[in-house]
Design a protein around this ligand. Structure first.
Ligand code: NAD
Ligand code: NA
Length: 396
């Protein structure tokens, strides 16, 4: 069938298998062009199908020749209906890994469940014995708690008062004021349950107790800080409480991994267009100003550039892992540069519907958003009859 983008607000209902494949191939080429990284050889990536998790998996496989197991929650295709992009990404990744002679298998299911954890442990035992790196890159609006069976929903709300600021509808370019009502305690608690560190702890406990973590194993989860303008809805809002919890969890996991000389890190990454970040009010306007400013300075990065730099210059740089005063790895260093942030703060004041096309990078935002679903890639014939059914035996 001819597959076209069908946009509905913050999501696209279709995904293009050839475009997703092109996206994965481009990321592989980028990692290869940067040379080998002396990194982990057996890697588990939880949240491996899109965004930072996919880029981490690609960097491990094609930067360090690592065997990878990926866990994700994606929709396979059915006759006449495309898969979710993460499915096609993973299918393409598996095919490329196999061509390169690299072990790659995936588990498609709910990472928050005990069953998927056990399935992963069984796969590691059967195929790899142990893993030496665990990337934790889940982004989800809901979590079914494996002990209580309660379905928790996260929210993106300020805490303590209504937040009013500018936002942009990135489809139309219209800049408007948005007001978001404050969270109550239940919203905060639920968001921490979904996006905080409890599930990361459960994963690391399960892996350690099963004996599938190698001596000296490392685990890394991803966080975000960002600028003052987004603080009420991000870092000082409900999601920020979850990130505080996630960051604190790194210390408790490091303690519990002492017996195997393991270590847990949080890496603070740059703001990027992903399915998760597009749904957060105010952030798309910030990202469009950020992209424009960083591109002008020649320091713009996407997920793969970020993860390649995380691996080569932080995690596996041949010496100690550099961290900030709170023990976090900072790969948002270029985003947070004072000169960059000063420029954005000024642009933020000025931004209107009329001038955004000039002062912000809306085309760059839209392009990245289309790319998430496999659209807008050079070298892909979008008019061609395309088979939506992609069969991947190594995804269980
Ligand atoms: P993403 O939406 O691109 O990826 C989320 C991944 O989680 C996908 O692989 C998805 O399949 C998987 N997933 C979701 N629910 C699942 C479930 N129940 N079981 C198994 N897999 C599930 O998100 P992303 O933007 O790459 O975010 C990853 C992490 O990076 C998050 O912690 C996020 O907060 C953080 N981060 C994001 C940004 C940003 O700007 N996008 C910046 C800094 C940090
Ligand atoms: Na991810």
């Amino acid at each position: 069938m001819i597959i076209e983008p069908r946009m509905r607000g913050f999501i696209c209902l279709t995904a293009h298998p050839k475009g997703c494949e092109q996206n994965v191939k481009n990321q592989i080429e980028y990692v290869k062009s940067k040379g080998k990284i002396d990194g982990a050889k057996k890697v588990l990536v939880i949240g491996a199908s899109t965004g930072f998790g996919l880029a981490s998996r690609i960097t491990s496989a094609f930067g360090s020749d690592a065997a990878t197991i990926g866990v994700f929650f994606e929709k396979p295709p059915v006759e006449g209906k495309t898969a979710s992009p993460g499915w096609y990404n993973s299918a393409a990744f598996e095919n490329e890994a196999k061509k390169a002679g690299l072990y790659a298998k995936s588990i498609n299911g709910d990472a928050f469940s005990n069953e998927v954890k056990q399935q992963t442990i069984d796969m590691i035992k059967a195929d790899l014995g142990q893993v030496d790196l665990v990337i934790y890159s889940l982004a989800s609006p809901v979590r079914m708690h494996p002990v209580t069976g309660v379905l928790h929903r996260s929210s993106l709300k300020p805490i303590g008062g209504t937040f009013t600021n500018k936002t942009v509808d990135f489809h139309t370019g219209v800049v408007s004021q948005i007001s978001i009502e404050p969270a109550n305690q239940e919203d905060i608690d639920n968001t921490v349950v979904v996006m905080g560190g409890e599930d990361w702890t459960m994963w690391m406990d399960a892996l350690k107790n099963a004996g599938v973590l190698a001596n000296g194993a490392t685990t890394v989860a991803y966080s975000y800080i960002g600028p003052e303008v987004t603080e009420p809805v991000y870092r000082k809002g409900t999601i920020g409480r979850a990130k505080d919890h996630l960051e604190a969890t790194a210390f408790s996991i490091t303690d519990s991994l002492a017996s195997i000389n393991g270590k847990a890190y949080v890496s603070v990454n740059k703001a990027l267009v992903t399915q998760a970040s597009s749904a957060i009010p105010v952030i798309p306007l910030y990202i469009s100003l950020l992209y424009k400013t960083m591109k002008a300075e020649g320091i713009h990065e996407g997920c793969i550039e970020q993860m390649q730099r995380l691996y080569s210059q932080r995690l596996f740089n041949g010496s100690e892992v550099p961290t900030d005063d709170k023990g976090r790895i900072r790969i948002d260093d270029w985003e947070m540069r004072t000169d960059i942030q000063d420029k954005i703060a000024k642009l933020w004041q000025d931004a209107t519907t009329e001038n955004l096309s000039e002062i912000g990078d809306l085309p760059g935002y839209k392009q990245d958003f289309l790319n998430l679903f496999g659209f807008g890639f050079e070298g892909v014939d979008y008019n061609a009859d395309t088979n939506e059914m992609v069969n991947v035996p190594s995804i269980s």
